[in-house]
Design a protein around this ligand. Structure first.
Ligand SMILES: [Zn+2]
Length: 266
């Protein structure tokens, strides 16, 4: 796509982020630029996949509301800046930069897998806590508190697979429409995209369990991801202090890019 036409969808997304006050001004400018890069490199399919990830993430957030974190254990994201934009769409943008530079259309499938992981993770972390049964920590196999990183439920895993499958299906339909690949190959690609997206989101939960910092409140004893609780400073009980949810998202995007590139790029 030309740069002029590619700028239009990104501008719409940037205006949406601006009106919601979801991003800082440098965050919006960077997000706009990365969206432009993705659309110039991958055309309408790449933009539709990006927009779907964005829209379904917002939708899952709306459906779950406060129920995705019933005990208020998660650190509030607040207004997100450039670091958060890089952690969440940096790897996908880098893959599309590689496509632009090499002209290899297979990078579009790798990009789809990375976005499938992102949507799978968002859907699971928002909808999973609505499950009636309590989550199990994927790293320790012990029961954990709803909302804490690393916890998995059957409901969350179903939505994880559904989120990854939505992106895989979109990729499949565009492959057929644009006749870039024959239908059996496109079907195999879609299965790889959904599987890698699901595996990447599980890897995200594993990192959330083992690496992401968690604290205990000295006042009430609750385990939380916040530095303050009950008006007191909390004590670190596990994980690495500098590893927050953004870092985990970046690492699991990179993991998904590597495993999907190994399977999709010949
Ligand atoms: Zn407390």
């Amino acid at each position: 796509m030309t740069i002029i036409t590619s700028a239009i969808p990104g501008t719409v997304l940037a205006l949406a982020a601006f009106s919601k006050k979801a991003l800082t001004t440098p965050g919006i400018i960077l997000a706009w630029f990365l969206c432009l890069l993705i659309t110039v490199s991958g055309g309408i399919p790449a933009f539709v996949i990006l927009a779907e990830t964005f829209v379904f993430t917002v939708l899952a957030d709306r459906i779950a509301g406060a129920c995705s974190d019933p005990y208020g254990v998660r650190k509030r994201a607040g207004v997100r800046g450039t670091a958060s934009v890089i952690c969440n769409v940096g790897i996908g943008s880098f893959i599309m930069l590689l496509k632009l530079l090499t002209g290899n259309i297979r990078f579009l499938a790798v990009y789809a897998a990375v976005m499938a992981e992102s949507l799978a993770d968002s859907a699971a972390s928002k909808i999973g806590p609505l499950s009636k049964s309590g989550p199990i920590d994927i790293g320790t196999f012990k029961r954990t508190r709803k909302g804490l990183s690393g916890g998995v439920t059957l409901l969350g895993s179903i939505f994880e697979l559904a989120g990854a499958s939505v992106i895989a299906l979109t990729f499949f339909l565009f492959s057929l429409l644009q006749s870039q690949t024959d239908p059996p190959r496109a079907l195999i690609d879609a299965a790889i995209i959904a599987s890698c997206g699901f595996a990447g989101a599980m890897f995200d939960s594993l990192l959330g369990s083992l690496l992401q910092v968690k604290f205990r409140c000295p006042q009430c004893g609750a385990i939380t991801e916040k530095e303050m609780h009950c008006g007191k400073e909390t004590v670190r009980i596990s994980g690495i202090r500098s590893i927050n949810n953004d870092c985990v998202n970046l690492l699991s995007s990179a993991f998904t890019a590597l495993i999907s590139a190994a399977l999709l790029i010949q």
